[in-house]
Design a binder for this molecule. Structure first.
Ligand SMILES: [Zn+2]
Length: 179
């Protein structure tokens, strides 16, 4: 059974995320396989209504990426099943601010950035891998402490730019609850 337009839209979004490098390396292949199964109708899309089932079956990260794709297709849930109440998607590991899809009136989720560190040979942490998320407020608080602060493509100091935007662009992020 081929995917219907609804499912195909979600699959296309997932493939975009995979090919753009947005999906973390660890689950890229797995997500590609799950997407292919979904596309071929080997997974019942309705199953994705049950977050616990999917997270258990494929892992929370796979399910989170699925929800992001769903969100980008303009959807927050599939069949209105109570289990599909909007999921928590973003949390800053520094300040604990959290962003829920239910608050998706703007692009607040885009103010959260994920960072990956893979420790290399010679480090006592060789082979270790860590991943964490920072909201832009915490990111720039960190960058502010750098002796050499990063510049963007135009050579602009990013911390100075942030200070310029701080008052007008960060209210929604600032007011998020923390956990
Ligand atoms: Zn933060």
């Amino acid at each position: 059974m081929a995917a219907n337009n609804f499912t195909q839209g979600i699959c296309d979004e997932l493939y975009n995320m995979i090919s753009s490098g947005e999906v973390v390396y660890e689950v890229r292949e797995k997500l590609k396989n799950v997407t292919a199964e979904l596309e071929m109708g080997q997974i019942n899309i309705a199953e994705f209504d049950h977050s616990a089932v999917i997270a258990d079956k494929y892992g929370q990260l796979i399910y989170d990426y699925f929800l992001i794709a769903l969100h980008r297709c303009g959807l927050t849930k599939i069949n209105g099943h109570p289990d599909t109440e909007p999921q928590r998607m973003f949390r800053c590991d520094c300040c604990g601010r959290i962003y829920h899809y239910s608050e998706s009136t703007c692009f607040t989720g885009n103010y959260f950035n994920e960072f990956d560190v893979r420790f290399a040979y010679g480090s006592p942490f060789d082979e270790s891998y860590i991943s964490f998320t920072l909201c832009e407020i915490c990111l720039f608080n960190l960058l502010r402490q750098f002796k050499h602060q990063p510049t963007d493509d135009d050579g602009q100091n990013m911390v100075k730019q942030f200070d310029k935007y701080r008052k007008d662009y960060y209210r929604e992020l600032e007011n998020l609850e923390r956990e």
